[in-house]
Write a protein of this length. Structure first.
Lengths: 428, 308
């Protein structure tokens, strides 16, 4: 009797422990023989932009594919990918994911087997070359380029006119000239020339890419700060702007938007994706125009650069061929689809054959009848190609801290040397 | 096991029966705590050990390899980590004492028997604690924005002549964070003191009054000593909380300007998700928090705890 009850208790104990242990340790055995799923999932972050683009792609694909687009904030996508991929289990991962170009190398190199090469599904030569470098790794193409971040100098024609400048005066200028004009505008109209977030060195990146330079050398690994002439120039320009007293500070996206929607600043040098936000303030219709981005006053710098932009990636899980084929047939080769994309969501792709299409020539009344899309796609082809490498954001945090010291009076040589030393120590 | 079985086979005696039932009772007792113990082991200790192992590895994303103590050596040469550590200690050294004193002060005020609308004041001061961390952080970000309420208020009172850059000046940004945490957590600590104050015998105050002790003396010689265990408890809790501070910094300043408000937890986040992921090094940095919490708690026990 007693033996029985003791045994029963022990059995129960063993059972409970086993269940708990199994529940905790059960791992997914992703067998090779898993069937192709009927549904393809995709992660993207902006319902009015990249998600809308996927929906249009689905339509132009004749709805032949059951595509489920899931909206996630960009930060969430980065987190979920990192935690998911590093766990080694691909469960819950999407078939298609949108990744920002400046982060792409980090993912491709951190999780080499997680992504599916898609070279065979589209013609690489059809895309702007600057877009291919950050989206490929080890000689294989992983990303299908989506939007460009081609930059332009958006400016208020009325303010500039008041200060005595025309569009020609702003076309193909250097940043030094831009600063002179800025001082003039501030003196004559009382308006600030630009709005900047001291935490975000986006404008520095725009400046250095126009000279084909980046925080890292071509290999994407060697820190390149101390002997980086374009970076040095960019820092000098940044400080000159701050000291010229025409910079309106902002500390987040909504303040950034408010700075030009309220009419407080005269110019916005930015990626083309800012256009919808500028156009959102309808009372300013006809008062804006876009000039090419200023360049650095050194050899090799051009009046074209890039800020932001992202590409689609296919994960190495069942359904990958289907997903890659879908991307290849839409974003990879469909010229008409790109016309729809421009008209319906204002997304400018980097597929060069699309640029002689009709929609690209449309004159934009908000920008005084300028063919904005056509101008952007022209500049896009001139963007110097750089390898963003792995550590853009890590280095940028170091630079942002050193920039504060530079503004406070530390010498530029020391600033860059210290930043270099810190970056080398941190990025082993 | 076989021993137990053998004993159970022996002839029935009163003595053995009681041993058997005691054993049985013990088994059932063990069974009850077993589930919790197993749960703690699997979900708490197992990840802790794994994290410790992880802290000896380094590499990007999935390409981790063992590097021995390299990560720990790297800590001392990493200026960003040192900046984060320094900031966290600035928060700790200024904010925790400030908050504890404020909470103690408020709780004594609110414990006053003659105070009217006591319930209202207590609720009002405790209310920040029920707000979500993210929601209040975003609110503070706007309050302290360039065109925020605080700047407008100071401008209208002519205390300042032009808006202060609360969020983009290194010193002001730290002050903003400290104000925010203090607002959020003072009420929480106050509640502990209020409940502890109920347990102090009124007759002690009466006796003190008869002996001619002033209210200040009563506070320092009766209230504070009586509250000592609670003060110790709240300062440990607050120390641990401040060492792990993340939400406020992430939402109000995002670590900036530069690294001026970066905290250790925020740096762990950056290492894992913002930069090229290095989970090994991130685990090493998290172990620094563990070590610091243990050390600081020990010091607090030694300094303030009972001698026994």
């Amino acid at each position: 009797m007693m033996r029985f009850s003791q045994l029963r208790v022990w059995l129960l104990v063993v059972a409970v422990v086993t269940v708990l242990a199994l529940a905790a340790c059960s791992s997914d055995e992703t067998g090779g023989g898993e069937a192709e799923p009927d549904k393809i999932t995709a992660w993207a972050w902006d319902p009015y932009f990249n998600i809308a683009a996927l929906e249009i792609a689905k339509e132009s694909y004749g709805n032949k594919l059951e595509l489920d687009v899931i909206e996630n904030a960009q930060d969430d996508i980065v987190q979920k990918l990192n935690t998911g991929l590093s766990s080694g289990s691909m469960k819950g991962m999407p078939n298609i994911v949108l990744i920002e170009d400046q982060r792409a190398q980090g993912f491709l190199q951190s999780y080499p087997d997680a992504f599916f090469p898609i070279d065979e599904y589209f013609n690489l030569d059809d895309f702007a070359p600057y877009k291919l470098e950050p989206t490929s790794f080890d000689g294989k193409q992983y990303g299908l380029p989506f939007d460009t971040g081609v930059t332009g100098l958006f400016f208020r024609t009325d303010y500039l006119k008041e200060a005595g400048y025309t569009k020609e005066d702003l076309t193909n200028i250097t940043w030094e000239r831009y600063i002179e004009i800025g001082k003039d505008v501030k003196a004559k109209t009382g308006k600030d020339m630009i709005t900047l977030d001291p935490n975000d060195l986006g404008i520095i990146r725009v400046m250095i890419q126009s000279a084909g330079s980046w925080y890292m050398k071509e290999d994407g690994k060697t820190v390149n700060l101390v002997d980086n002439e374009p970076l040095r120039k960019a820092f000098e320009n940044y400080k000159a702007m701050m000291e010229a007293d025409f910079v309106k500070a902002n500390s987040d996206w909504s303040q950034f938007i408010a700075a030009f929607n309220s009419g407080d600043v005269a110019t916005v040098p930015s990626g083309n994706w800012i256009a919808p936000s500028i156009e959102a303030e309808e009372s300013q219709a006809g008062k804006w125009a876009v000039a090419p981005i200023p360049k650095l006053d050194i050899e090799g710098s051009v009046n074209a650069s890039n800020q932001g932009g992202s590409s689609f990636y296919v994960l190495n899980i069942p359904g990958k061929e289907k997903a890659a084929e879908f991307l290849g047939k839409t974003f990879g080769s469909n010229k008409d689809f790109y016309q729809n994309l421009v008209v319906e969501v204002g997304a400018l792709g980097t597929y060069t054959p699309a640029s002689d299409g009709e929609a690209y020539q449309t004159e934009n009344e908000f920008f005084g009848g300028q063919s904005v899309i056509s101008d952007f796609s022209k500049w896009m082809e001139e963007i110097p190609s750089v390898n963003y490498g792995l550590h853009t954001y890590a280095i940028e945090d170091i630079l942002a801290a050193e920039m504060q010291n530079y503004l406070k009076g530390k010498s530029l040589d020391d600033v860059l040397a210290d930043a270099q030393a810190q970056a080398e120590a941190q990025l082993k | 096991m076989s021993k137990v079985v053998k004993r159970a086979n022996q002839p029935y005696t009163i003595n053995l029966k009681s041993t058997g039932s005691r054993l049985k009772k013990n088994y059932i007792g063990w069974l009850f705590i077993l589930i919790a113990t197993a749960g703690i082991c699997i979900f708490y200790f197992y990840p802790m050990v794994q994290a410790l192992l992880l802290s000896f590895q380094s590499g990007m994303g999935a390409n981790l390899e063992y590097v021995g103590l390299d990560n720990y050596v790297r800590l001392f040469k990493d200026p960003t980590f040192i900046a984060a550590l320094r900031n966290t200690f600035i928060y700790l050294l200024i904010q925790v004492p400030l908050m504890i004193i404020l909470a103690l002060f408020l709780s004594v005020l609110l414990n006053n028997a003659t105070l009217k609308f006591k319930g209202f004041f207590r609720t009002a001061i405790f209310l920040p604690c029920v707000t979500s961390l993210v929601a209040y952080a975003v609110l503070f970000k706007y309050l302290f924005g360039e065109k925020g309420l605080i700047n407008q208020f100071l401008l209208n009172l002519s205390i300042i002549s032009q808006p202060l850059n609360w969020l983009s000046d290194p010193l002001l940004a730290k002050i903003t964070i400290i104000i925010a945490i203090t607002w959020r957590w003072t009420g929480y600590n106050m509640i502990f003191y209020l409940s502890a104050l109920q347990n102090i015998d009124k007759s002690m105050y009466e006796a003190a009054e008869i002996d001619g002790a002033s209210s200040l003396q009563q506070f320092f010689y009766i209230t504070v000593p009586m509250l000592k265990p609670i003060i110790l408890f709240t300062s440990i809790i607050s120390t641990i909380g401040t060492l792990q501070i993340f939400d406020e910094i992430m939402n109000i300043t995002n670590g900036g300007p530069g690294n001026a408000t970066l905290s250790i937890s925020m740096y762990i986040y950056n290492l894992s998700f913002e930069y090229s992921p290095d989970f090994g090094y991130a685990a090493t940095v998290s172990y620094v928090i563990v070590i610091l919490v243990v050390l600081l708690s020990l010091i607090q026990f030694k300094v303030a705890g009972d001698k026994k």
